[in-house]
Design a binder for this molecule. Structure first.
Ligand code: ZN
Ligand code: ZN
Length: 256
């Protein structure tokens, strides 16, 4: 799924010194293009809008019954299910409105690997619009928005954090503060291709909170893609150790 050059932290660090993910010139051209031309469709590349009408029709939440906690499709609506049974209690619920496929997957890859920052914020606003329309009751008591961080070595390599771009769109629409004081305290290889247990081992103890006490606050954590929920669960644990009352996870997309 990912280009091989992102295949591991080792590879990432090696690349960082010789060949950055995007050159300065490429980044500048991306910014100029954003300023001067209408955007291209994240799904099919046609110029005119962030999503053309055809692709926008496929960027839609399906209406199957779900688990109220983890948002996974279920035979009937349930309050929790097998998938989220092992989550830490601090992770109250997760919402991931879109499937990680088709136009959403293509658009997110444009953000991550071509550095299309403005597209990242657009996706964040779409995510926030979903929250505002469908989860108003749940979201009202949320105090702050925290993006899932990259490890500093990965951040240097990529130059930006895609979850932070999404979170910027979310706070823009919801009017909540974004606080970026959750950090990765150790580098973790990408979760891609790992099974559920390996993912959990990989992410155990990966996060630390470096801000003031969260003192009973409800935190909305933003990530790009959710698979097993291990990353969001680990973030929720770190935030709870800092005093948070609980964490709601919000991801743009779920692995089908
Ligand atoms: Zn399109
Ligand atoms: Zn569930």
């Amino acid at each position: 799924m990912l280009p091989t050059r992102y295949g591991g932290e080792q590879a990432g660090i090696r690349l960082m010194s010789r060949q950055p993910a995007q050159t300065w010139l490429e980044r500048t051209l991306t910014v100029l293009e954003t300023l001067l031309l209408p955007p291209v469709c994240g799904g099919c590349g046609r110029r005119g809008a962030w999503f053309c009408a055809e692709c926008a029709a496929r960027v839609r939440r399906d209406t199957v019954p779900r688990c109220a906690r983890c948002d996974a499709p279920a035979a009937e609506p349930v309050s929790r299910c097998r998938r989220c049974a092992t989550w830490p209690p601090e992770l109250l619920m997760v919402r991931a409105p879109f499937l990680f496929e088709g136009p959403v997957r293509a658009a997110l890859h444009r953000v991550k690997y071509r550095g299309e920052h403005a597209r990242g914020r657009d996706l964040g606003r779409r995510l926030a619009a979903f929250v505002r329309d469908d989860l108003a009751e749940v979201m009202r008591p949320v105090d702050l928005v925290v993006p899932i961080p990259l490890h500093p070595s990965r951040l240097r390599q990529r130059g930006f954090n895609q979850s932070e771009l999404l979170a910027a769109g979310v706070v823009e629409l919801l009017g909540l503060p974004m606080v970026k004081q959750l950090a990765r305290v150790r580098p973790t290889p990408p979760q891609v291709g790992l099974g559920r247990e390996a993912r959990q081992r990989n992410i155990d103890g990966a996060f630390g909170w470096f801000g003031p006490s969260l003192d009973g606050q409800l935190v909305l954590v933003v990530d790009d893609v959710v698979t097993t929920g291990a990353t969001l669960g680990e973030a929720a644990r770190a935030l709870s150790m800092a005093g948070a009352a609980g964490t709601i996870g919000l991801a743009l997309a779920r692995e089908p």
